[in-house]
Design a binder for this molecule. Structure first.
Ligand SMILES: [Zn+2]
Length: 171
């Protein structure tokens, strides 16, 4: 099979699948009765790239009808198109999610905080560069503990975490 044939076959499979899924609305008023109207529905569903995505969209629309009170009507082709575009968009957003914060927008940073003498008044706070996990912070905790053991008279110092807005949210 050539690549073109393969593509054509895939398109045909997705189309058949879309038609089958649409039949789940067949008992409802408003279900497309003409070939042209049906084509409109199928095209709307074909916005989604995979059979699985089509099934999942129709699942949601069917569930939506179940929870709705009163007379149920078949969703319009425009409803389906809108829902399909929304799905594509949120899939796109998830894909673009920042590698640093996984899309949460927040990062945890570790800081070495130095207090004035033995007080709890902050004198200095310094970000531990390159530390972005508890694992990487560990040697710093140990270093500080060892330092405090031999310098019991020194300033209060501690390592703490803080939240930071990720670069991806600053633009
Ligand atoms: Zn980010």
């Amino acid at each position: 099979m050539t690549k073109t044939e393969q593509t054509r076959l895939n398109a045909k499979m997705i189309e058949d699948h879309a038609k089958n899924q649409l039949m789940r609305f067949a008992h409802l008023p408003g279900f497309p009765t003409t070939k042209e109207a049906m084509r409109d529905y199928v095209e709307a569903l074909k916005i989604l790239p995979q059979e699985q995505a089509i099934t999942s969209l129709i699942d949601d629309l069917v569930n939506d009808l179940r929870t709705r009170e009163g007379l149920c009507r078949c969703p319009t082709a425009a409803d389906i198109r809108r829902a399909a575009y929304e799905r594509m968009e949120s899939a796109e957003t998830a894909k673009r999610a920042c590698a640093l914060c996984s899309g949460s927008g927040f990062l945890t940073i570790w800081k070495l905080v130095t207090y004035k003498g033995k007080s709890l008044v902050v004198e200095n706070s310094e970000v531990l560069e390159g530390v972005d996990t508890e694992e990487k912070a560990k040697p710093f905790y140990e270093k500080l503990k060892a330092f405090q053991r031999v310098n019991p008279q020194g300033n209060n110092q501690t390592i703490m975490t803080a939240g930071k807005l990720c670069e991806c949210r600053k633009s």
